[in-house]
Design a protein around this ligand. Structure first.
Ligand code: SF4
Ligand code: SF4
Length: 484
């Protein structure tokens, strides 16, 4: 990899390279259209998802994707994750990380080129530039022009559009953390919590600055991912490649006509550089500045069509294929480039975690019990010689409807129990307790065992009294005077 753009000129102090503004030219072609598609899909997902409704019954929110911080729940369509199941979220994050590795091993820096939020929003802002100020040449002229009233008006108009997009982006983010329609109403009537305004403010500012002004600087200097990717690239990785063995020595069509056979296919038109969203000249070779978006391929193919030379002077190639092409060999089939052992391995790990999560999701019950014995005192010796232990029991109902649950004593012969909501006279081996929908009910249980009972472990079991009859149990210790 080369160092970042050597065309950047040095500041007076020479301690850093000041930015040379990039004015990418409009281009059409296969990769540009693919970028459009990905941009529309990703933006639609981001802005639209919080507005999708999902019926979970009267006791749970009807927002399809919701991080419900107040109630400590994460909803994603049919899936509801409770705090004690955070490993599902951790599993999804690990899958996302391995997914990036998988993508990189299959198609190089495609994430950077097409789907990374920084890329998508930068692209969006560059289209705003084009809409307000015109294409590359007009924008460059306007940039160099003095600050007249017209230029100021244009800039203000453009920055206002930036700001609206940035605000919309920050606003969409908070919709994932509360019921979207309610939050929008509260936001505009100033009833939303302060953190909502603070989050929107911060995200508006970062989107405005990163997408509107810093753009490719974020990819080149701030983001750690290109560095990690660089370490993952090898001779089998797909990158955008300028075929210097075919293009050099470069020279205009006129020169080539004057001196037949002396020049390569590159006519040095600079179109590949003009369309590049990061301002990189791909003819200098691969670089961290190149996000492999393929727009230079579109530009060069168009030029090749115009001058009647074969397309593909710039192309997606692996180093191995480049060397093969120089030797006159055919390229390996695309499926071989994409499905290499490393990709298969990443896929197996990725799919294995996914299947494990699916299995855990399908196998989990929506009824749980946990119990903590009182420590101080650990037991109570009654006047008739019976021993009593107290427990704080939590009954978890993960269904979106209230349920009756039957708690029972397993083991501990002769013992009976009662709860803090009933009389000790009604003590029994099992008691029925109502548990609200989508909630954890905490109850105090008092367990009484006959005189002479030894200290021992026993189980508190629970069964839901509905057609599912889900069960769970927890082992606890019954403490007697000899067992302290
Ligand atoms: S667009 Fe193609 S022909 Fe033009 S300078 Fe770039 S590589 Fe050469
Ligand atoms: S050099 Fe080509 S592939 Fe790389 S970022 Fe620029 S336009 Fe995209």
């Amino acid at each position: 990899m080369n160092s970042p753009d050597p065309q950047l000129h040095h500041s007076l102090l020479g301690t850093y390279e000041s930015r040379r503004k990039v004015h990418p030219k409009r281009i059409d072609g296969f990769f540009r259209r693919f970028k459009w598609l990905i941009m529309l899909v990703t933006l639609a997902i981001y802005y639209g998802t919080p507005w999708i409704r999902w019926d979970r019954g009267p006791y749970a929110p009807d927002q399809a994707v919701l991080v419900d911080l107040a109630n400590r729940r994460f909803y994603m369509f049919n899936i509801e994750i409770w705090p004690h199941e955070f490993y599902f979220v951790a599993g999804l994050l690990i899958m996302a990380g391995i997914g990036l590795f998988l993508l990189t091993s299959m198609v190089g820096r495609a994430w950077c080129g097409y789907a990374c939020p920084q890329t998508v929003w930068t692209d969006l802002f560059q289209h705003v530039d084009r809409f307000v100020d015109g294409d590359r040449n007009k924008r460059m002229r306007l940039d160099a022009a003095p600050w007249t009233a017209g230029k100021i008006a244009r800039r203000l108009f453009k920055w206002t559009i930036y700001l609206v997009i940035a605000f919309w982006t920050g606003g969409a983010w908070i919709m994932y953390f509360a019921d979207a329609p309610t939050l929008v109403r509260e936001f505009w009537t100033l009833e939303a919590p302060f953190v909502a305004y603070a989050t929107v403010g911060i995200l508006t500012a970062t989107t405005f600055i990163f997408g509107g002004f810093m753009r490719e600087q974020v990819c080149i200097y701030m983001c750690p991912w290109p560095r990690i990717q660089t370490a993952m690239m090898d001779e089998k990785s797909l990158t955008v490649t300028y075929k210097d063995w075919r293009g050099e020595p470069r020279g205009s069509v006129k020169k080539a006509q004057k001196h037949p056979g002396e020049f390569g296919d590159c006519i040095d038109c600079n179109q590949c550089v003009a369309v590049c969203p990061t301002g990189w000249d791909i003819r200098k070779g691969p670089d961290i500045s190149c996000i492999t978006c393929g727009l230079c391929i579109d530009a060069c193919d168009r030029v090749m069509d115009e001058v009647g030379r074969p397309r593909g002077l710039i192309d997606y190639l692996t180093l191995e294929d480049s060397e093969g092409e120089i030797r006159g060999q055919d390229h390996r089939p695309t499926w071989k480039k994409v499905l290499r052992p490393r990709s298969v391995l990443y896929f197996c790990v990725w799919a294995g975690i996914g299947l494990g999560l699916l299995f855990a999701l399908s196998a989990r019950t929506h009824t749980e019990i946990s119990a903590a014995p009182d420590r101080n005192p650990p037991y109570m010796l009654m006047s008739d010689g019976e021993v009593r232990n107290n427990y704080t029991v939590k009954l978890r109902n993960m269904e979106a409807r209230p349920r009756e649950m039957r708690v029972g004593i397993e083991g501990l012969p002769g013992a009976v129990m009662w709860s803090d909501t009933m009389s000790g006279d009604d003590a029994a081996r099992t008691i029925d307790l109502p548990v609200p929908a989508d909630a954890t009910q905490t109850v105090r249980l008092y367990v009484r065992a006959p005189q002479g009972t030894d200290a021992q472990d026993f189980s508190l079991s629970v069964v839901s009294l509905d057609e599912q009859a889900e069960t769970d149990a927890v082992e606890v210790r019954f403490v007697t005077p000899g067992d302290e």
